[in-house]
Each structure stands twice: as C-alpha cells, then as structure tokens.
Design a protein around this ligand. Structure first.
Ligand SMILES: C[S@@+](CC[C@H](N)C(=O)[O-])C[C@H]1O[C@@H](n2cnc3c(N)ncnc32)[C@H](O)[C@@H]1O
Length: 388
C-alpha cells in the first residue's frame, strides 16, 4: 500500500470507531477485508489509528471536523506534513482537499490541546496539581516498548547482547533495576530466542518499579488477588523465593500464566477458586485492581474517551469491595499491596483513606505515585500493614 492508501484506510477505520465500534474490532474488520495489506501495512495503519485516538480532540480541531478524514488531515498538520503530498486521489489515497477543508481548522487550546474530555481534565488537575497538563501531554505520545530482564536467567548486559544478536536494540532504563527500553526491532520480540527462553518479558517500567519496591520477608506466601495475565506475579517470582498463588475473578484471563511461568523458570500456582477467608492466610496479598487505566492511556487511548463519570464511580465501588475482600486473606503482621495504573485520586489516595477509616488494625506504611512523565505508565501503589 502507498502511504496515501494507508491514510485512507485509517480514515475509514476512524469513522467506524467514531460510530461506536471498538478500535480492535474495527482494525480486525479492515484487515479481513484487505487481504492485499501486508504486515508492514497493517502495522502502519494501526499506528495511524492509535495515534489519532491519543490525539482525538486536537486532530479534530486542527483538521476542522469530527470525521476520520478531518482527523487524519489534523494529524498531518500536527506533524507539519503537507497534506497535498498524501491527499492526492491517486490510487487508493484520499481525495484532494476541497477549498473548504483548506480553510478549516484551528489551533487547539485547553482540553482540546490536552486531548482530554473536559470533566477528566478537571479530575487530572484535582489529582495531579501542576503536573496535570504535562501528564496529559505525555499521554498523547506513543508508549515506549519496555522489557523486564528475568534475573533468574541473566542480567541486563546479557539480555542486551542476546537481543542485539537478533537485531533488536535495547538500552538500560533507570526506572527499574531490570528495565530495558527497546529502540529498534520491537516487532521481532515475540519470536526472539531471548523472549521464548524467558530471558526477557514485556513489561512496562513503572509496573516493574512497583514490584521492586515491595519489601518481602524470606519465603513469603503471596496471593495475587487480581492476577490477570500474571505480569506482577511473574515479576515477584523473579526476585524472590515466594510461594505465589494467582487468582482472578475471570480465570480465563490467567490461561497463559502457566506457559509464561514455565518460560521464566518460576513456579506460580493458579487458583481457579479461592478457599474461604480464614482458611488460607498469606504474608502478602497484592490487589492490582481494575481501574480507569488513566496512567496507561498511551497504550489504550480509546479508554480515555469511553470513560464516563458513572463508570468511574462503578470502578471505585468495585475497587473498595475488592480491597475489603482481599484484606481478609492477609495474615496478622502481613501486608496488603493496593495498586492501580491510574493517576486519579479517587482510585488511589481516596480509596486508601476510606479503607483505613473503615478497617481498625490496619496502618499505611507508604504510598507512592509513578508519573507518566518519568517514562513508564502512571501508577499508584499503597503498602498497608495488618497488626501482628
Ligand atoms: C489491572 S488487571 C490485573 C493485571 C495483572 N495484575 C498484571 O500485572 O498483568 C485487573 C484484574 O482484576 C480482575 N478482577 C476484576 N474484578 C475482580 C474481583 N472482584 N476479584 C478478583 N479479580 C478481579 C480482572 O479480571 C483483571 O484481570
């Protein structure tokens, strides 16, 4: 496909998304109907679509309209690319610009420039103070690909060398001890020896730092209460001799965990069902709760536009229920780790305050925010201790 044809494909997909079709579904639908598109074309179209989702409002403003065509015009203007070089009408490229399109468009300001719904920008300001705008701007950029080196299989230098041998170029990243940032060849990772042999795992740097920060007693019994794909369990297993049990309300989400653990050379017990509280106690229970994902909207930008105040309220209710239920599995003297990939106080500090107010016998040891502006996703973590 020509560069112009890729833009036209993105235009059509963005129109489907604006009509309510989830982005992944719209991309899959397009790929099925476009057998001529090679893997490079699919990746380029996906990149256009995801960048337009990150910059949904500013591109509309720059392009002078709410259509996929206006947004892609806005994208070119944002990148200072002359639209006439791509909107040529030749082959499958978009039709040339009309006189009205040439006139339309303006410079985004306020919430448009931050690419954020108005109500959310207010919540960002209340939660992040003078970091709100910088955080919103960081969320408009594509996230870097980050890896965690599995210390059971090697160190960062070993991993950098092994990956370089497969033309995947990485460098150490200061956010966490074992973090690497991939600067070239990321699309080859999933088929690389280093990945298949468990030397590296895909994991955001803040996610790694959150796990590195946890103080663990020797041979702790750990319950990962919201394990999902098991990324946090794997990170904990790599740095300790813990007995880790993974649980999720939706066990299907853990289906790859046994394979990932085998690849990493660690043991994780997947629990389809939890014993009744009181029948099993753990030294540490990790609650990486479902959240708005506001710290990870670089990767999942659609969520930024689909979140509503009502949905946020539902999420905070679910988070407090999960924390209360998970706390029952913490042994006296043990700790509850509460984490979100959100930057909103309602899902973070406010939750901890409410939990402590309702739970005698618990204390806050520390809380920590990780900022998107530091390179990784935005994260929050609280370490809570139960009286011994
Ligand atoms: C943020 S994700 C976890 C990501 C995972 N820790 C990782 O590092 O890959 C939140 C998970 O919580 C699970 N969940 C939602 N409600 C739950 C509940 N009531 N009890 C346990 N898990 C729940 C979801 O199915 C989802 O997999």
């Amino acid at each position: 496909m020509t560069p112009g044809a890729r833009i036209q494909a993105a235009i059509e997909i963005l129109d489907h998304i604006a009509g309510g079709v989830p982005a992944e579904k719209a991309l899959i639908g397009w790929a099925r109907q476009s057998r001529f598109a090679g893997s490079g074309d699919r990746a380029a179209v996906r990149d256009h679509v995801f960048q337009a989702l990150r910059c949904w409002r500013s591109y509309a403003c720059l392009g002078g309209g709410e259509t996929g065509r206006a947004r892609m015009l806005g994208a070119l203007r944002a990148g200072e690319i002359d639209p006439d070089t791509l909107f040529t009408g030749v082959g499958h490229a978009p039709e040339p610009l009309s006189a009205a399109e040439r006139e339309a468009g303006g410079v985004p300001t306020g919430a448009d420039a931050c690419d954020m719904p108005e109500w959310l920008l207010q919540k960002f300001r209340a939660s992040l103070g003078d970091k709100a705008e910088a955080t919103a701007q960081a969320l408009r950029q594509r996230a870097p690909v980050m890896l965690r080196v599995n210390r059971r299989k090697g160190d960062r230098d070993t991993a950098i060398a092994a990956l370089a041998g497969e033309d995947i170029i990485c460098g150490a990243h200061p956010i966490a001890d074992m973090a690497l940032i991939v600067t070239h060849g990321a699309r080859r990772l999933a088929r690389s020896r280093a990945y298949l042999d468990g030397l590296v795992e895909l994991q955001d740097g803040s996610s790694q730092a959150v796990m590195d920060d946890i103080d663990l007693p020797p041979a702790p019994r750990i319950l990962d209460y919201c394990a999902g794909g098991g990324g946090k369990s794997l990170a904990l297993a790599a740095r300790s001799d813990a007995q880790i049990s993974a649980h999720d309300v939706d066990p299907a989400r853990m289906q790859d965990l046994p394979n990932r653990a085998a690849r990493a050379g660690v043991d994780i017990t997947v629990l389809d069902k939890l014993p009744a509280p009181g029948k099993a106690l753990f030294d540490m229970v990790l609650c990486d709760v479902p959240c708005s994902g506001s710290g990870s909207w670089r990767r999942a930008p659609e969520a930024k536009w689909r979140l509503t105040p009502e949905r946020l309220t539902d999420l905070t209710r679910l988070q407090s229920q999960i924390m209360a239920a998970a706390a029952e599995y913490v042994a006296p003297g043990g700790q509850l780790i509460y984490a979100t990939c959100s930057v909103l106080s309602a899902e973070n500090e406010d939750q901890i305050d409410a939990f402590l107010a309702a739970s005698p016998g618990w204390v806050r040891r520390e809380t920590h925010r990780f900022d998107v502006t530091d390179g990784g996703d935005g994260f929050f973590v609280a370490h809570l201790c139960r009286d011994g």
